[in-house]
Ligand binder design. Structure first.
Ligand code: F3S
Length: 400
C-alpha cells in the first residue's frame, strides 16, 4: 500500500507510540487486503469495550495507547460490560465495575466519546450516503452500509481504534463500490409482521448467504427498528455486513441482478424460529434492546408494563444508549419500567455484560441475542415480539 510522506513519518514514530502502532496496523491490513492507499474516515466506532471480553491484557494494551494517543476524528464506543452509572442495579460486582471504569477512562483520555452504543445512528451519529467511516460492531456496520449507504468494513477493535488515531482506513472491501454488489438473489415469499420475524428472516438468509451479499426481493418496507434487528441477525448468521432490499435500501437498484438465487418461505422461517426457540418454556431473564433500543421501543415497553410487576425470580433489562435513556427518563418511561421491577440498562447489553451463569433462559426480540446467549452464555432462548417478551417477564414463562 502506498503511504504518503506524512504517513511514512507517522510509521517512523514522528507522532508518538500510539500513532506509530496504529499506522503499523493499518499498513499491515492494507497490504493483506490489497489496498492502494489510506482514505479519510468521518467517524470511528470502537468495539472491545467490555472488560468481560478485554480482561487485564486488553486493559494494559489500552492504557499504554492512552499515554500519548489522541483520536483525530469523532470516535465513540460499542457497549461496555455494565451501565456506567447504574451498574449496581444490574448486579455487577465492585471489582468488575472498577476495571470497566478503568477501560472507559483510558478511552476518555484518548479523546474518545464514551457513549457506549451499537446504535450510534439513533443518537445523531449518522454518516451521509457514500461517506467512509470505520465502525466495528456488526449490526451497526450492517445498518451503516445497507440502510444509510455509507461505507465501512467490519473493523476489529484494534483496527478501528487505529483508524481513530490516524483518521484514515485502508481503501479496500466495502469502501469500494464494486465490492458492494450483491451475488445472491433472495426471494422472500412469506409475510413478515413482527419485529422478531425480521430477526428470524435474518437467520434464514444468513445461513444461506454465507459469505455472499444478498439482494432481497419481496419483504417490502419496514420500520427502521425492524431493519436494525434484521441487520444484526443476517450478519450474525452468515452474510457480509451489507444487504440490499429492493425498494427499501439506497443501493439496491445500482447493480445487476445476481444469477444465483434462493427462496425463503414458510418452511425456512419455521426452521429459523425452531433454532431460536427452546422447548423449555421457563424464563428467568428478559432482555430487550439488541441492537440498542430506540425511544419508540422503550415507549412500547413502558406502555406494556404500566401498573404491572415482573415476576419474582425474573430479571428484565431494556438496553439502550445513554442519551436515549435520558430522553426516556424525561418522558417518564424509565420510571414506569422501573416501577414494574424491570431495568433500563444504558451503555451495555445482554451479550457483553458478564451474565454467564446468572440466568438459564432468556426471552428476547433479537435473533443475534439468541445466538450469543446460546453459544457464549449457555442459555436457552426464546424469540418473539416485544409484547410476548413482556408477558414472559410478567409470567416467568414463555407462552406458545
Ligand atoms: Fe448491540 Fe449487544 Fe446486541 S452490541 S447488537 S445489543 S449483542
Amino acid at each position: 500500500m502506498h503511504l504518503t510522506k506524512e504517513e511514512e513519518g507517522i510509521l517512523d514514530g514522528g507522532e508518538g507510540y500510539a500513532a506509530q502502532k496504529s499506522m503499523q496496523i493499518l499498513a499491515a491490513l492494507g497490504d493483506i487486503f490489497g489496498a492502494e492507499k489510506l482514505i479519510p474516515v468521518k467517524s470511528v466506532q470502537v468495539s472491545g469495550v467490555s472488560y468481560h471480553n478485554l480482561g487485564d491484557a486488553g486493559l494494559d494494551y489500552l492504557s499504554k495507547l492512552a499515554e500519548d494517543g489522541r483520536v483525530k476524528v469523532p470516535t465513540f464506543l460499542n457497549p461496555a460490560g455494565m451501565d456506567l452509572k447504574a451498574w449496581k442495579k444490574l448486579g455487577i460486582s465492585e471489582e468488575f465495575a472498577k476495571k470497566q471504569k478503568m477501560v472507559v477512562d483510558a478511552f476518555a483520555s484518548m479523546g474518545v466519546n464514551t457513549t457506549c452504543t451499537c446504535t450510534p445512528y439513533l443518537i445523531g451519529i449518522v454518516p451521509e450516503f457514500g461517506d467512509h467511516v470505520a465502525w466495528a460492531e456488526s449490526s451497526a456496520v450492517a445498518y451503516c452500509n445497507s440502510v444509510i449507504g455509507a461505507r465501512t468494513n467490519r473493523e476489529g477493535g484494534p483496527s478501528a481504534l487505529a483508524a481513530g488515531f490516524i483518521g484514515k482506513t485502508p481503501d479496500y472491501g466495502l469502501h469500494i463500490k464494486e465490492n458492494r454488489a450483491p451475488d445472491l438473489l433472495v426471494k422472500v415469499e412469506t409475510e413478515l409482521q413482527e419485529l422478531s420475524d425480521w430477526g428470524a428472516l435474518g437467520r434464514a438468509i444468513g445461513i444461506r448467504a454465507k459469505n455472499k451479499i444478498p439482494l432481497i426481493d419481496g419483504p417490502g418496507p419496514a420500520p427502521a427498528d425492524y431493519l436494525k434487528s434484521f441487520g444484526a441477525s443476517i450478519v450474525t448468521f452468515g452474510s457480509k455486513p451489507i444487504y440490499h432490499i429492493r425498494g427499501v435500501t439506497p443501493e439496491a437498484g445500482d447493480f445487476e441482478e445476481p444469477s444465483d438465487s434462493v427462496t425463503i418461505g414458510e418452511p425456512e422461517m419455521k426452521e429459523a424460529y425452531d433454532f431460536l426457540n427452546d422447548e423449555d418454556k421457563t424464563i428467568d431473564f428478559v432482555s430487550l434492546g439488541c441492537p440498542h433500543a430506540s425511544l419508540d421501543e422503550i415507549r412500547q415497553v413502558a406502555e406494556l408494563l404500566e401498573g404491572r410487576r415482573v415476576a419474582d425470580g425474573v430479571e428484565m433489562w431494556v438496553a439502550c444508549a445513554r442519551p436515549i435513556k435520558e430522553k426516556a427518563e424525561e418522558l417518564g418511561y424509565v420510571r414506569t419500567i422501573e416501577d414494574s421491577g424491570a431495568k433500563v440498562a444504558a451503555d451495555t447489553c445482554m451479550v457483553v455484560a458478564p451474565v454467564k451463569g446468572r440466568f438459564k433462559s432468556v426471552a428476547t426480540t433479537s435473533a443475534k441475542g439468541c445466538y450469543y446467549s446460546q453459544g457464549h452464555n449457555k442459555m436457552k432462548t426464546h424469540i418473539g415480539p416485544i409484547g410476548k417478551c413482556v408477558e414472559a417477564a410478567i409470567e416467568g414463562e414463555w407462552k406458545s
